[in-house]
Each structure stands twice: as structure tokens, then as C-alpha cells.
Design a protein around this ligand. Structure first.
Ligand code: 5AD
Ligand code: SF4
Length: 444
């Protein structure tokens, strides 16, 4: 049992970057409450599972895992289910998995210390499920970031967009932004600790509205980029509806703002976009692409696409395919439509047969891979800065990331390898559809 002197926890995380970063905050909170993190379930008194319900497969994984945990229930361990499945399924989780003691959605994490107290007192069915209408964000100074050089800051939580296929507004609650002062204070603390690369996070990061009315989203980007020590500022995910020109201007004029925009389109057909309740048309999206393409810097674009949304015709799908050429994406994350509980689209007939969905998915991914082979080749011979992330000793390569977020594998003739988190200037010598090969030019 978790005695006060030896409280240990194990945490497993699924889903998006928001979830990954939530877990960093949960870990920091637990450590502040006197818990020690361990690497295996066997060693842990408390097992936490931070879950994702974006698609049915992700959700099934959670219940599969909970079943596996069943065998450990006799060992005096406690179990907590956090995140989107926790919020979506709520108390039903206690019925399916009676050995679970705590179920909490992300909007309730600021109450974690109290929930942990109740857990320690041996309470059985603790819930954090009623905070989705909150105006508060989960700000904590105890974030346990997993990387000492590159880190996330959540600037906006929740979502008010209600796309017809999406669970997020129901699992993460109402949209709420942090003040620009609090974001900058956290960024400054990170810079003082040696972070050089900061990624601003939000389900719709560019829907950011400063509650203190001081800064626009583009101004927040610029202000973080201006902090001493910060070399790279990234942001994800952008929503086309709220994507404004000043964001492109900020990227174009401030080198520390990374030259990459992830702008999910979901579909290239205005009819499908309407059914998806995306609040923009193909033309609206194309206009934003043209702003990005017309910038002086080469701004890398990536996107998310759903194929097989109810009613998607062959012609609709061809319109999505044609976007690949217009946009010239550097990565496409494509998914087969998956009907989700509570969403408006669940009432539409899931009319596209699974074989057609997977055929369309395959066609899209194959076509995109070919285009990426071409688009990545534009980097051949270029000189770029790479942040060192690791070493592949077998292949004698150093691995890192470019400002555009591309993987770069490079070699150096220096006897001492560059440190993790340092920046190296490299020259690209070969290109692939998903990575670049390079050689170091000089080490700084
Ligand atoms: N089915 C399939 N894909 C989905 N996504 C969101 N909801 C669904 C769904 N019900 C995709 C979108 C989103 C990404 C994170 O996941 O493309 O941008
Ligand atoms: Fe999954 Fe969406 Fe929740 Fe992220 S916000 S964990 S993608 S359901």
C-alpha cells in the first residue's frame, strides 16, 4: 500500500501534445505532494492513465489497458483514469473497472491536490468531472518537463468550435485563455532554466484571447521570441477560421518564430467542410495558404485530414486530393472518420464503407509521400540550424530538429559530439520524404 513515506506512482499517457503536457503538470503536482515517480506499474502504489478519445481506436486501447490492470487489483494498488476518456465516460468507468478510485477530466486538474488527499484517505470513487464550464486554466509552477531544452506552455485550454465530428469540446470543456503576463512569466522562468525552444499549445492556439486584453496571439509569439535565451518559438494547433495575417507577418519578420504552421484543413470540399461545421470554405483556406506561400521565408505547412466523413463523395475526396498539390504540405496526418459519442455527426449515417475509407486513406498517404519526396528535396545543399536531440551511435549520426520541425540526421568531424540541446549549423547532403541528412558546418 502507498504509505506516506513511500508514495510512488506510474503514469502512462496517450493522445495529443496537450495530453503529454498535462501529464507533465500532473507529474509535477504529484511530486510536490510527496509522491515519487517509478518506471514500472509493478513498483507503483498509484497507477495513472491519461487517456485519449479522439477516435474509437484510441478509446478501445484504454479499456484494453484497464482490463490488463485488473490482475493487479489484489496488490493494494490504486488506479486513476485521467483525460478525455475519463471525462467522456465519467462514472461509468467505475462500473467497467471497479478497482479504479479516481476519474478526472482535464478541466478539473487544478483540484488534483485535494483529490489526492481523498485518495490517500482511502476514498473509493473520487471524481473530477464537473468543471467543463470553468474560466480557470491549470497553471502550476510544479510542471515536470521531460526535456530540459525544449518545452511546452499551454496558452489556451478547451474548445468552443464544436466541429461536428469532434469530442474535444465535450472532453476538454469551454475555451479559456491564460493572461499574457502569466504566459510570459512561465516562458521567462523556462528561459532562466536554460530552455531555448518553447512551443505554445492550444487545441486552437490562435484563437487565443488575452483575458487582460494586452496582447494578440501574434504579439504573444513575438514577446516570447524576444525573451533573452529563447531561440525558437513554435505553436500548435492553428484553426483556419482564426488564422490571421499578422501571424504570417510575425513569422516573416522574427527569425526566432519557427517557420512552420500546422493548419488542419480536414477536407478540401466546401460541402464536407459545411457538414463538419468547420466555419470556413475551401476558398477561405486557400487564401490563408496563399498568405503563407507569399511570405519571404519558406514557411513549412502541415495539416490534418479526415477521409470518409458521412456523405463524402468521390468528387469531394478528389477535392481533398487536389489540395496536396496546391498546399505542398511537408506532412499530412490523415485519419478515417470515426463516429464519436456526444458529437452532432453521430446522428448522421456513417455512410462510407470502411473499405472505401481505407482505400481513400491509402491513396492520400501514397500520393503525399511522393509529394514529400519532392518537397523535402528543396533543402538539398541548404545550410540550417539544428537543435541536437540525440545520438544514433550505430549509424554514427547525431539526430536533431530544424526550425521547420524536420528531423535532421547529421555527422560531424569534431572529436567531441555536440551536447544535447545545443545548436549546430549543418549543410544538407541528402533528402528523404520524412528526414534530411546533413554534415556539421560549425558547432556553436
Ligand atoms: N474521426 C477521425 N479523425 C478525427 N479527428 C478528430 N476527430 C476525429 C474523428 N471523429 C482528427 C482531426 C483532428 C485530429 C487531431 O484528429 O483531423 O485534427
Ligand atoms: Fe485525444 Fe483530443 Fe483529448 Fe487530445 S484533446 S487527448 S487528441 S481526445
Amino acid at each position: 500500500m502507498n504509505s506516506p513515506a513511500n508514495r510512488t506512482f506510474y503514469i502512462e499517457t496517450f493522445g495529443c501534445q496537450m495530453n503529454a503536457h498535462d501529464s507533465e503538470k500532473v507529474i509535477g503536482t504529484l511530486e510536490h505532494e510527496g509522491y515519487r515517480r517509478v518506471e514500472t506499474e509493478e513498483d507503483a502504489g498509484l497507477i495513472l492513465y491519461n487517456t485519449c478519445s479522439i477516435r474509437d481506436k484510441a478509446e478501445q486501447k484504454v479499456f484494453h489497458r484497464l482490463n490488463e490492470y485488473k490482475r493487479m487489483q489484489g496488490e493494494g494498488k490504486q488506479f486513476a483514469v485521467l483525460g478525455c476518456v475519463a471525462q467522456q465516460e465519467g462514472e461509468k468507468i467505475f462500473e467497467r473497472a471497479p478497482y479504479v478510485s479516481l476519474v478526472s477530466g482535464s478541466a478539473s486538474y487544478r483540484n488534483l491536490p485535494q483529490m489526492l488527499d481523498r485518495l490517500q484517505a482511502g476514498e473509493q470513487r473520487i471524481t473530477g468531472l464537473d468543471d467543463r464550464q470553468t474560466d480557470e486554466t491549470f497553471d502550476t509552477e510544479f510542471t515536470a518537463r521531460s526535456n530540459p531544452h525544449r518545452g511546452y506552455i499551454t496558452i489556451i485550454e478547451g474548445c468552443d468550435k464544436f466541429c461536428s465530428y469532434c469530442v474535444v469540446p465535450y472532453t476538454r470543456g469551454k475555451e479559456r485563455s491564460r493572461t499574457s503576463e502569466s504566459i510570459l512569466a512561465e516562458a521567462r522562468r523556462m528561459a532562466d532554466q536554460g530552455y531555448t525552444d518553447i512551443q505554445l499549445l492550444g487545441q486552437n492556439v490562435n484563437s487565443y484571447r488575452d483575458p487582460s486584453l494586452r496582447m494578440s496571439f501574434a504579439e504573444v509569439l513575438a514577446a516570447v521570441a524576444a525573451l533573452p535565451g529563447i531561440r525558437r518559438v513554435r505553436f500548435t494547433t492553428s484553426h483556419p477560421r482564426d488564422f490571421t495575417r499578422d501571424i504570417v507577418e510575425a513569422i516573416d519578420t522574427i527569425p526566432a518564430i519557427c517557420d512552420h504552421v500546422h493548419l488542419p484543413v480536414q477536407s478540401g470540399s466546401s460541402a464536407v467542410l459545411k457538414a463538419m461545421q468547420r466555419e470556413y470554405t475551401r476558398e477561405w483556406y486557400l487564401e490563408r495558404i496563399s498568405w503563407i506561400k507569399n511570405a519571404t521565408r519558406d514557411i513549412s505547412m502541415t495539416t490534418d485530414i479526415i477521409v470518409g466523413f458521412p456523405g463524402e463523395t468521390d468528387d469531394d475526396f478528389e477535392q481533398t486530393m487536389s489540395l496536396l498539390d496546391v498546399a505542398g504540405y511537408d506532412a499530412v496526418y490523415a485519419f478515417a472518420y470515426s463516429p464519436r459519442p456526444n458529437t452532432p455527426a453521430i446522428t448522421m449515417e456513417d455512410s462510407i464503407p470502411e473499405e472505401v475509407k481505407s482505400e481513400r486513406l491509402q491513396r492520400l498517404l501514397t500520393a503525399q509521400r511522393e509529394r514529400q519526396r519532392v518537397s523535402y528535396s528543396r533543402h538539398q545543399g541548404q545550410i540550417m540550424d539544428v537543435m541536437v536531440e540525440g545520438y544514433n551511435r550505430q549509424r554514427g549520426q547525431i539526430t536533431g530538429r530544424s526550425s521547420q520541425n524536420k528531423t535532421v540526421n547529421f555527422t560531424t568531424t569534431q572529436p567531441i559530439l555536440p551536447a544535447l540541446g545545443s545548436y549546430c549549423q549543418v549543410r544538407v547532403t541528402a533528402t528523404y520524404p520524412n528526414s534530411l541528412v546533413a554534415e556539421a558546418v560549425s558547432v556553436r
